[in-house]
Design a protein around this ligand. Structure first.
Ligand code: SF4
Length: 433
């Protein structure tokens, strides 16, 4: 019987991609993925270190793994373990720069435990760790990683230290993965990276390199939707937005990382833009994509954030009119410049500010959903719900509940007449052909 491997993933889309990639490498070695951690021979935790809170959760998951699956070999990998190698509870620890070592280490460990008889090495050591084509068995959306690392050194972020500097994946590898996935029936491709706009930066290219790559992606047969991961506003030049506008498959949904709507806080965060630039980018995207959804991340309670700065931030978020804001209370990460910055914000104040901004996000999200009844939306169907309706996302990345009197299939794209709003979702029926 094949060895069973159980995965737990924390953090961003890049981590989801890397978990799927490791799952594929392990499948090639004869491991089978299991949904139940008790059955696992190997328990992999792909950790995150983006905030102090993510670090805490990563540590907690590693410790819990040994309790939940006492006989499993516990593997801790990812950003958190890149910075912290002596994780209690893990049998094997790899970071982000030595992931190729995972399979040989695992085989060695299994051999020691008398669970396997092979210790052949894998070929490793490329500039960008190349996993080859990754399979997503259950999803209709494929995540494709094009770049790793970041050179920006925002004062709150550990990523440039944990993942290192920008390394781009080769265009051939990216396009070949997408061709392969499109051939398997995937219709939507989420292009992701740690700092997407830095694609080919190490080759001296600017953000137009991303635009050119997307044109190549769009020319592949079967690619019906392209969605972009998190983007930094400063690289969204009018030229790049012009290229995006010319690609019909680009979804009108952009996640522009704002972090704060106060210029003085942005400076302390060492972000490379101010609110004026962000406003220009939002306006250019709205004019290029008339029904665009803009989503973002924001941090509340960054060191030294005054009430006035917080209010500026809230007002700016409302002015932009986001479809959704992921709001995080600031949690300091050791090793970053913000760790020992003066002006720590009291926990209760942070919680209050976070709740206020989340309230603003909820209001904007409801208002956005209210724009849809009476209109049509193109929905990629993802899964059938218990009541027989379907769930999927429209191009603007709003969850849609779909009813139909004909048979529907996961992975197909249907046009839906939107009739009503349900919470932050919208609902409707498949338009007749
Ligand atoms: S841009 Fe800033 S927040 Fe994003 S990965 Fe780089 S350092 Fe971190």
């Amino acid at each position: 019987m094949a060895y069973q491997v159980y995965f737990q993933t924390l953090g961003c889309k890049v981590n989801s991609y890397e978990t799927a990639a490791i799952a594929k490498l392990l499948a090639e070695e004869g491991f089978e993925e299991t949904r139940s951690c008790e059955d696992a021979d190997v328990y992999v935790i792909n950790t995150c270190a983006v905030t102090g809170e993510a670090d805490r959760k990563s540590r907690q998951m590693i410790r819990r793994a040994k309790r939940l699956a006492p006989h499993a070999i516990v593997v801790a990998m990812g950003c958190h373990t890149q910075m912290c190698r002596d994780e209690e509870g893990a049998d094997i620890v790899v970071g982000t720069d030595d992931r190729p070592a995972l399979i040989p280490l695992l085989k060695e460990k299994m051999k020691l435990l008398d669970r396997a008889d092979s210790t052949e090495d894998l070929d490793a050591g490329t500039r960008f760790f190349e996993y080859g084509s990754v399979n997503y068995q259950e999803n209709t959306r494929a995540i494709v990683k094009i770049e790793d690392g970041c050179n920006n050194f925002c004062t709150y972020c550990i990523i440039p230290y944990s993942r290192g500097r920008v390394r781009s994946r080769s265009r051939e590898a990216i396009l070949s993965e997408i061709r392969d996935m499109a051939g398997k029936g995937y219709r939507e491709f989420v292009i992701t990276g740690i700092h997407l706009c830095s694609f080919e930066k190490e080759l001296g290219r600017d953000s137009m390199a991303l635009g050119e790559l997307l044109e190549e992606v769009a020319s592949i047969d079967g690619v019906e939707r392209i969605r972009l991961g998190s983007l930094e506003p400063s690289c969204m030049t009018p030229e790049l937005i012009g290229v995006l506008k010319g690609i019909p498959q680009i979804c009108p949904h952009f996640h522009l990382s704002l972090q704060s709507g106060s210029d003085t806080v942005l400076k302390r965060m060492n972000r490379k833009y101010d609110t004026d630039l962000f406003r220009r980018v939002a306006a250019d995207l709205r004019s290029a994509f008339p029904n665009v959804s803009l989503t973002t991340d924001m941090i509340c309670g960054f060191p030294g954030e005054t009430d006035a700065e917080h209010q500026e931030s809230c007002a700016f978020a409302e002015e932009i009119g986001f479809t959704h804001i992921h709001v995080f209370p600031f949690s300091p990460r050791e090793g970053t410049r913000a760790w020992d910055m003066e002006g720590k914000i009291d926990g209760a104040v942070k919680a209050e500010r976070t709740a206020e901004l989340r309230g603003i996000s909820d209001k904007m999200e409801s208002a956005r959903a209210e724009e849809f009844p009476g209109k049509k939306a193109e929905v990629l169907l993802e899964r059938r719900l218990e009541d027989g309706t379907w769930e999927g996302y429209c191009r603007e990345y709003i969850r849609v509940i779909v009813s139909s009197d004909r048979e529907l299939q996961a992975g197909s794209i249907v046009e839906v007449n939107i009739r009503e709003v349900r919470g932050f979702s919208i609902a409707g029926t498949v338009a007749s052909c």
